[in-house]
Design a protein around this ligand. Structure first.
Ligand code: AMP
Ligand code: MN
Ligand code: MN
Ligand code: MN
Length: 273
């Protein structure tokens, strides 16, 4: 049976609620899923409850952003304690910065003749962790552009005129935060971040795994990172990075990349040891 260890819900920039995500995973016959919202664990408890009802294993998780040399680096934290007060406070702080950043991007868009009300961005985010995907969605809704991709290409991508850098912690700090709350830190989608040269450093900081299978990795990338995982003695993980966003190439459908369930068994072994 397959698993999917990288999914976004409405607690961040996913389209499905945590409950709907669980239902969808059940309908696809998945054995286990991890909810990995950006800077949020708000969807975890509901997903755990729903998982219990529907008989599917839910792994509490999170995706945290970091950066080095103007490159986005994301880390996944599996089995974090989603009830840890300090951790939740840190996440709330990150979300506050995200809201401020979105408002700055809306201002920059105004200066570029894209007039979208900030309230609509807030509405799109439904109290969740606000990302550029929400800003892009409002731009599409208001007819300024045809697709989320176009928003990133023309305006809010890293090179775009309306891009605002996100507040983020250093890789060392992010990994430390995950470990301090009982989590297993994993380097997310290395094929997108292209930070291979930093992997030994991240291992020193405490990562235990690397996301070898990902919705946007090619077969070649998956094979390459699987070899790299073996060489560095890291646990391979995998997930679709499903967001449910229409007309965005981000991620694939839930379960679409057939992540083998022994990946999860390996993560569990680390957890016990
Ligand atoms: P943020 O975390 O606010 O920087 O927003 C990045 C999010 O936008 C990612 O997590 C993706 O879900 C989404 N996204 C959708 N399309 C793209 C794209 N073409 N490039 C980058 N991010 C994208
Ligand atoms: Mn996202
Ligand atoms: Mn990511
Ligand atoms: Mn993700």
């Amino acid at each position: 049976m397959a698993i999917d260890l990288h999914l976004h819900s409405t607690a961040s920039d996913g389209v499905l609620t945590p409950k709907e995500l669980v239902e969808k995973a059940v309908s696809l016959d998945l054995r286990a899923i991890a909810i990995t919202d950006h800077d949020s664990v708000e969807g975890i408890e509901i997903a755990l409850e729903e998982g219990k009802l529907k008989g599917i294993e839910i792994i509490p998780a999170v995706e945290l952003s970091s950066g080095l040399d103007c490159r986005d680096i994301h880390f996944l934290g599996y089995y974090i304690d989603h009830k840890n007060k300090d951790f939740c406070r840190q996440l709330a702080e990150l979300r506050k910065y995200r809201t401020e950043r979105a408002s700055k991007m809306v201002e920059l868009l105004q200066q570029n003749n894209i007039k979208i009300p900030f309230e609509e961005v807030l509405g799109e985010a439904r109290n969740g962790s606000i990302s550029r995907a929400h800003v892009a969605k409002v731009m599409v809704n208001r007819g300024y552009i045809d697709s989320i991709e176009e928003a990133f290409e023309k305006y809010i991508g890293r090179e775009g005129p309306c891009f605002v850098e996100k507040y983020y912690f250093s890789p060392k700090k992010v990994i430390e935060i995950i470990i301090n709350t009982g989590g297993i830190a994993v380097l997310a989608h290395p094929g997108l971040s292209e930070v291979d040269e930093y992997i030994p450093r991240f291992i020193d900081y405490g990562i235990k795994g690397i996301e070898v299978m990902h919705g946007e990795h090619t077969e070649e990338q998956s094979e390459y990172y699987l070899k790299l995982a073996k060489r560095y003695n890291l646990t391979p993980t995998g997930g679709s990075d499903y967001h449910g966003l229409k007309r965005s190439k981000r991620g694939r459908k839930i379960g679409a990349i057939n992540v083998p369930d022994h990946f999860l068994d390996e993560i569990k072994k680390i957890r016990i040891s």
